[in-house]
Design a protein around this ligand. Structure first.
Ligand code: RIB
Ligand code: CA
Length: 317
C-alpha cells in the first residue's frame, strides 16, 4: 500500500484549478492538509471565495489561508481583468460561481505563507506542495523560512514549458505572473516536478468527456459541466480547438499515479531580463554544465488522465 502523501495546494482557483482540487480530494493516496490562495486567474479574495465554494460543493474540508495579491516585484499581473477573466470567467468559476451558495467556510486568520510554514512544521512526515498558481507564496515561504526546505518532500507545480508559451510567445501564465518567484523556487534545491505545457498539450477534455462527467458525477458532475461551458468556448476562440485544457490536474494526477507522465531530469532557469523572453523557463535536457534541478514533464497519457477523472467524478456521483 503506497504511503499517504500530505499535500498543501496553492491555487488561483480558476476552472482547471477546480478540477485539480476535485481530483486531489477523490484520491485516498493524498491528504490535503491545507489550501492557500494566490492572485492569478482572479484576485486573491475571489480565489479564496472560489476555493470555499468548491469545498462545500465537494463536501470536503480543508482550511484556507489567503496569500499574495500580486507578484514579488513589479506591477500586479492579475489576470482577472485579462486572460483570466476571458478563460475562467470574471468570477474565476466559468461565470457560474453564483450557482453555488455563499461559503460559510472560514479562512484561517493566518496568511498563506505563515500557514504553510505552520502546517509543514507540525506534520510528522514531509509535505508535498502542489503549486497551481504563480509561485509567489511558495517562493516567499522558501525565502522566509529557509530551515523548512528539508521538511518539504517536493513541489509538484503546474508551470513553465520546454518550448513556447500560452500567455507570451515564450511564457506560460503562472511563470509570467511572477518570474522572479519561479526562479527562486527552481533554484531552491527543493525537489521539483515541473508540469508544463508539453504535458498540458494532452491534458484536455472535449465536450463528450464533460458530458460524461455530468452524467456520472451527481451534483458535482452537473456543476463541473456548467463550469466548463464558457471555458470550452473561450479556449476554442484562443486556440481554434474546442477543448478544456485542465493544466492544473496534471501535477495532482502525477502524485496519484506517476505513470501518467513521461518526465526527464533537466536544468531549468527562468529568463528574467529578456525583452521578448522574460519568464521563459529555459530547459536544458542535456545538463552539460549544471546538475538537474527539476523533473520536467514531456508528455502525458491522456487516456489514463481521463480515466482518473472519470473515476473521481463517479465517486462524487
Ligand atoms: O498556464 C496555465 C495556468 O495558468 C493554470 O494554472 C491556470 O489555472 C492558470 O493559472
Ligand atoms: Ca491555476
Amino acid at each position: 500500500m503506497s504511503q499517504i502523501i500530505p499535500v498543501i495546494i496553492d491555487t488561483d482557483m480558476g476552472v482547471d484549478d477546480a478540477y485539480a482540487v476535485m481530483l486531489a480530494f477523490s484520491s485516498p493516496l493524498l491528504k490535503v492538509i491545507g489550501i492557500t490562495t494566490c492572485f492569478g486567474n482572479v484576485d486573491v479574495d475571489s480565489s479564496s471565495k472560489n476555493v470555499m465554494k468548491i469545498l462545500e460543493l465537494l463536501d470536503k474540508h480543508a482550511r484556507v489561508a489567503k496569500g499574495a495579491a500580486g507578484p514579488l516585484l513589479g506591477k500586479n499581473r492579475n489576470y482577472s481583468n485579462a486572460r483570466g477573466a476571458f478563460l475562467h470567467g470574471k468570477d474565476g468559476l466559468g461565470n457560474v460561481g453564483y450557482m453555488l451558495p455563499e461559503p460559510v467556510h472560514l479562512e484561517v486568520d493566518l496568511d498563506a505563507v505563515s500557514y504553510m510554514a505552520s502546517l509543514i512544521r507540525n506534520q510528522d512526515s514531509k509535505v508535498t506542495i502542489v503549486s497551481l498558481a504563480p509561485l509567489t507564496n511558495v517562493a516567499t515561504l522558501l525565502l522566509a523560512y529557509p530551515d523548512i526546505r528539508d521538511r518539504i518532500d517536493g513541489i509538484a507545480m503546474m508551470g513553465g514549458s520546454v518550448f513556447g508559451g500560452n500567455m507570451l510567445p515564450a511564457g506560460e501564465a503562472n511563470i509570467v505572473a511572477d518570474p522572479e518567484a519561479a526562479q527562486i523556487v527552481l533554484q531552491s534545491g527543493v525537489r521539483i516536478v515541473m508540469c508544463g505545457l508539453e504535458a498540458a498539450d494532452s491534458a484536455y477534455f472535449v465536450k463528450d468527456d464533460i458530458e460524461m462527467f455530468r452524467l456520472i458525477g451527481g451534483r458535482t458532475g452537473r456543476f463541473y459541466y456548467d463550469l466548463s461551458k464558457d471555458y470550452l468556448t473561450a479556449t476554442e476562440k484562443l486556440t481554434g480547438e474546442r477543448r478544456a485544457v485542465i493544466y492544473d490536474s496534471v501535477p495532482v494526477a502525477w502524485l496519484i499515479n506517476p505513470a501518467v507522465l513521461r518526465t526527464r531530469p533537466c536544468y531549468v532557469e527562468v529568463d528574467l531580463n529578456g525583452q521578448y523572453t522574460r519568464a521563459c523557463t529555459v530547459t536544458d535536457e542535456n545538463c552539460a554544465e549544471r546538475s538537474p534541478n527539476a523533473m520536467v514533464a514531456f508528455s502525458l497519457d491522456r487516456e489514463l488522465f481521463l480515466k482518473m477523472h472519470t473515476e473521481a467524478f463517479r465517486q462524487y456521483g
